[in-house]
Design a protein. Sequence first.
Length: 390
Amino acid sequence: MRRWIVVTLSIALVLPASGCWDKTELTEFGYVQAVALDKGEQGEIVLTTHFYNPSNAEGMGGGTKKTSAKGISIRTEANTIFEAIRDIPIRYGRRAKWDHMRVILIGEELARNEDIREMLDFFSRDHEPRPTVSVMIAGGNAGDLFKVNPFIESTIGQQLQELLKAGAKYTGKTSKIPFFDLALEFMSETDIEILPYVKETGPSRVITASGAALLKSGKLTSVVSPADTESLMMLLNKYENGIVEFPNPDSSEEDKRRMESFEVMALKTKIKMDTDRERAVIHISTRIDGSPGELTSTSIKTEEDVKRLEEHIQQCIESRLQKVIAVFQEEKLDVIGAGDQIYRKSPRLWKRWKPTWEERFAESRVDIHVDVNFSDAVMKSTTPFGKKEE
């Protein structure tokens, strides 16, 4: 008898918990792939939300029909992000679902004139957006990039995410930073943020993710070129692999077109801070492992030849790093986080230096040393292609 009572009570408890816990249907949602923020003509925020279109090309009876676009963009305007988001259903007929969002694009004009921390506040408070979503600065109008057709990916939002990942991993000409890490950068003592920069190029309407956008106190100050972004990523120890071009060691000053290349396979940068009386001293050491990727006239036959080429590439990279850090010092932008290191090492000293840190950083002494090492495992040939050994 007791057994039947237990079974009956168990069934009574389980039955109410079965099925869906609410009445929300999938057809009530629109799944966001990307969102763009721009500045309107009247100062309002223009929100362009890019949704995934789940329709397919398969018709009735095994036939086919014209494939629908996989991305649908809805534009709304308001004085706040949240209000613009709540206006989406009156134009789209569905509520926006944010947990599949790939990227957040911020237009260049908006980033230069407004504090983007205020623009991103909603995405930090709402429970749906993932902390891994990427934030980018877009050249021109950010919403216009959603009009470009993706190459392989289903939507331009997914395309932008893959551009960023591949560009940072294989070229070093752009940066990548998830939303959570950006929040930490906003909390840094130096208050310098580095975001990837994307724009539409060429008559064929191609989006490229190259270069970096520098922000000070949440506002865009300058855009770093792709070439200088490579050096910046090296300084920040965020350079995974890529190609470094260098002039032939034997080329004359007039003939700099005879370029050769070196493949970076591993890179490690360490930055140490020191003080010389009232002056900051920045020591930067970078170790690079790799192999010559393209030699036009340089032959590597002996250990002396290897050492000579390693030192030549080392000098070229050191020169580029010095040039880039000098530009940042001139602009008084501590992009390498030297001030944060001083704060962690000596909070009392930083408290005294912080009010004048921009000037102190500009006058800091920077020592850069690069150590280049060839990988023997990938030294396939000691002479340029098609040339006989002497």
